[in-house]
Design a protein around this ligand. Structure first.
Ligand code: AMP
Length: 240
C-alpha cells in the first residue's frame, strides 16, 4: 500500500506539468462519471464527458445538439463523425494541456482509432484505460433509480443518495428522471454497449493499455482501486 504522501507527491508531479491521459470505460451506470469527477478533483485535470457535452448541446439547441437528440432519446450512439468532431475541438483546448480524463469516449472501435490518430497528431499518448465492470442487472437497478436536477445537473439516487424532497438540495431546481434512464431505454443502452463499445476492451488490451476493476462496492472503495492502478505507472515511479 502506498501512503497518502505518495499520493500527494503524484498530484504535485502532475501540477509540475506531467501529462496524464486516462480513459474510463464500462457499461452505462458503472459509476465512471462519479469516478471521473473524483479523479478530476484529485489530479487537477479535466473530466471530459461526451454525454454531458451532448446534453448541453441539446439544451442549447446547437447544430450538434439537434443532430444528437434523437439518438440519445432512443439510447443509441450518436454517429462517430459527430462525436469525433466534438472531441477534435475539445482536446486541443488549453485546460487539456496537462492531460484529461475521458468519460464516455471512445465508445466504438472507430472512435478509439480516431482518438489515437488525434493524439498522435499532437504528440500525446493514452496513459491508462480503466474498465469498470458491472453486471447488467445491477446497472438496470442503479440507473432506473437515478435522478437529476434540471437546473444545476446535480445527481441523486432514490435509494443510495436521495434528494430531501422533489427539489434539488443545492439550487431548488426540479429533480427528474432523465428520459434515457427509463428502464426500457437502459436495456437498449446496455445492448448497444455490449455490441458496439465492449469490443474496445479487446482493442485496448491488444495495445497493452487496459486495466480492469470490479465496479461493485462503495464509491471510495472503487476510487482507491482506481488510484492504486494508476499509481503503479510511470507517473508515480518518476515522481519518487
Ligand atoms: P452518457 O451520459 O455517457 O451515458 O451518454 C448519454 C448518451 O449520449 C449516450 O447514450 C449516447 O446517445 C450519447 N453519447 C455519449 N457519448 C457518446 C459517444 N462517445 N459516442 C456516441 N454517442 C455518445
Amino acid at each position: 500500500m502506498e501512503s497518502l504522501e505518495d499520493e500527494d507527491r503524484k498530484i504535485d508531479y502532475l501540477k509540475g506539468g506531467v501529462e496524464m491521459i486516462l480513459v474510463l470505460m464500462g457499461p452505462p451506470g458503472c459509476g465512471k462519471g462519479t469516478q471521473a469527477k473524483k479523479l478530476e478533483a484529485k489530479l487537477g485535470i479535466p473530466q471530459l464527458s461526451t454525454g454531458d457535452m451532448l446534453r448541453i448541446a441539446v439544451k442549447n439547441g446547437t447544430e450538434v445538439g439537434r443532430k444528437a437528440k434523437k439518438y440519445m432519446e432512443e439510447g443509441q450512439l450518436v454517429p462517430d463523425e459527430i462525436i469525433i468532431d466534438v472531441m477534435r475541438e475539445r482536446l486541443v483546448q488549453k485546460d487539456c494541456n496537462k492531460g484529461f480524463i475521458l468519460d464516455g469516449f471512445p465508445r466504438t472501435v472507430p472512435q478509439g482509432e480516431a482518438l489515437n490518430k488525434l493524439l498522435d497528431e499532437v504528440g500525446k499518448k493514452i496513459t491508462d484505460v480503466i474498465n469498470i465492470d458491472v453486471a447488467d442487472q445491477e446497472v438496470i437497478e442503479r440507473i432506473s433509480g437515478r435522478r437529476q436536477c434540471v437546473k444545476c445537473g446535480a445527481t441523486y439516487h432514490i435509494v443510495f443518495s436521495p434528494s430531501k424532497g422533489d427539489h434539488c438540495d443545492k439550487c431548488d431546481g426540479d429533480v427528474v428522471q432523465r428520459g434515457d434512464d427509463k428502464e426500457e431505454t437502459v436495456k437498449e443502452r446496455l445492448s448497444v454497449y455490449r455490441k458496439q463499445t465492449a469490443p474496445l476492451i479487446f482493442f485496448y488490451r491488444e495495445l497493452g493499455l487496459l486495466k480492469e476493476i470490479e465496479g461493485i462496492g462503495d464509491i471510495e472503495e472503487i476510487f482507491s482501486r482506481i488510484c492504486s492502478l494508476i499509481k503503479k505507472d510511470e507517473c508515480c515511479g518518476k515522481a519518487s
